[in-house]
Design a protein around this ligand. Structure first.
Ligand code: SAH
Length: 222
């Protein structure tokens, strides 16, 4: 799944250096993760292929990076924690709100299968770029829609799980509706102060929530 990203842009780090850096990144996030499949997924995804080219040297540092349009790609440990908390199984259908560059979607795809990942991005350019990059790296099965994630993506519902990579005031009704009963939701909830909230949808449609502490994400747009 590595395409030519390590070597195609002329001088720069050797692809082997990326691999060593990625292994180091996995060691850094491992203590925060219970499920080995999450670590295996992150070991498979070339994060350097998803960050802007001038940020490639920092691609495996455990911190968020700017991706243009005022947005950021989450720190690797946050992607790891979210994937771990969602407890994803092979073949589950997953809705992501906030594609960004597509890195997190690729990690999810490594766990559930790329045909099962549906992601919505508000920014037209970001969506287009993510679509191209995902296809280049080998995740052409991931479906990217340009639009407002608050509406979810009804066409492919119901989902087993849905997560947000941008902070929302609360779980939007449409997204809750599109998650099956017994399914899970995960989102940073709030604006200036945010809490990572996980929820299970009960049979009566209500959410059973668990807080996972303070986080800092870009806010939902639109
Ligand atoms: N997960 C991404 C990073 C996402 S940053 C990655 O791995 O690269 C959060 C993203 O949410 C941004 O790209 C932003 O444009 C997007 N976003 C913000 N508001 C949105 C909305 N209403 N619907 C869909 N996407 C939204």
């Amino acid at each position: 799944m590595f395409g030519n990203f390590g070597s195609s842009s002329g001088p720069g780090p050797d692809p082997d250096d990326f691999e060593a850096a990625r292994e180091q990144m996995i060691r850094t996030v491992a203590p925060r993760v219970d499920d080995d499949r999450v670590l295996e997924a992150m070991e498979s995804v070339p994060r350097h292929a998803f960050v802007p080219s001038n940020r490639r040297d920092s691609a495996y540092e455990d911190r968020p990076l700017p991706i243009g349009d005022g947005q950021t790609i989450s720190a690797p440990h946050m992607v790891a924690i979210m994937a771990d908390e969602l407890d994803l199984e092979d073949d589950e259908d997953v809705l992501e709100i906030g594609t960004g560059r597509g890195y997190h979607a690729a990690v999810t795809a490594e766990i559930v299968g790329e045909e099962n990942v549906y992601t919505v991005e508000y920014g037209e350019e970001l969506a287009e770029r993510a679509r191209e990059r995902l296809a280049d790296v080998g995740y052409e099965g991931i479906a990217v829609r340009t639009g407002d994630g608050r509406e979810g993506w009804a066409e492919h519902a119901p989902y087993d799980a849905a997560y947000f990579t941008c902070a929302a005031p609360d779980f939007p009704d449409s997204v809750v509706e599109q998650v099956r009963s017994g399914g899970r939701l995960l989102a940073p909830i709030g604006s200036r102060t945010q809490t990572l909230v996980e929820a299970t949808k009960r049979d009566d449609g209500r959410l059973e929530r668990t807080d996972h502490g303070g986080v800092r994400f870009v806010e939902l747009r639109g």
